[in-house]
Design a protein around this ligand. Structure first.
Ligand code: ZN
Length: 160
């Protein structure tokens, strides 16, 4: 069947940056998602629309169709004392924190200085042009349960 809303799609992918550097790829299991639920980045979901099982394609996504622009207001210097109790503070470590509207957001440590720590709440792939190589493995109708949850139940691994 062709990919449209309310389909569960499984696909393998290789994600590269603009200069051909490998950024990510599907592991031993294909990635599975519910089409039309907005769980994929918009440009990739649009590129998958109408394709079918067995199709392979390559798509280059502009920053705005991928993870969006880097938002400078999400990069902040905070006092090191905020991380009291964390034994070793290193760049690249990730912490969950509550944003303005109580939304849980993931921040990454960018820089550690004597008194201050620079944290970055942008997605790691924000501000990047992304190139996806996609192989579609399977397309099927979503179950009632998947539709009511708004996500695919393929492969498990998610919490309810
Ligand atoms: Zn569910």
């Amino acid at each position: 069947m062709d990919i449209k809303d309310k389909c569960v799609v499984s696909f393998n992918y290789v994600l590269k940056g603009e200069s051909g550097d490998l950024l990510d790829q599907s592991d031993s299991n294909p990635l599975s998602y519910l089409h039309g639920a907005g769980t994929l980045i918009p440009g990739l979901e649009k590129a998958l629309e109408g394709k079918t099982s067995g199709d392979s394609f390559n798509v280059t996504l502009a920053v705005d169709d991928a993870y969006g622009q880097v938002r400078p207001q999400l990069i902040q210097n905070v006092p090191k004392a905020m991380f009291k109790g964390v034994e070793t503070l290193e760049p690249g470590m990730e912490f969950e924190t509550k944003g303005k509207d109580d939304q849980v957001m993931l921040v990454r440590i960018e820089k550690v200085e004597d008194e201050e720590v620079t944290i970055n709440g942008n997605h790691l792939l924000a501000g990047k042009i992304l190139i996806f190589d996609v192989d579609i493995v399977d397309v099927r109708e979503a179950t009632e349960e998947e539709l009511s949850h708004g996500h695919s139940h393929e492969g498990g691994g998610h919490n309810h």
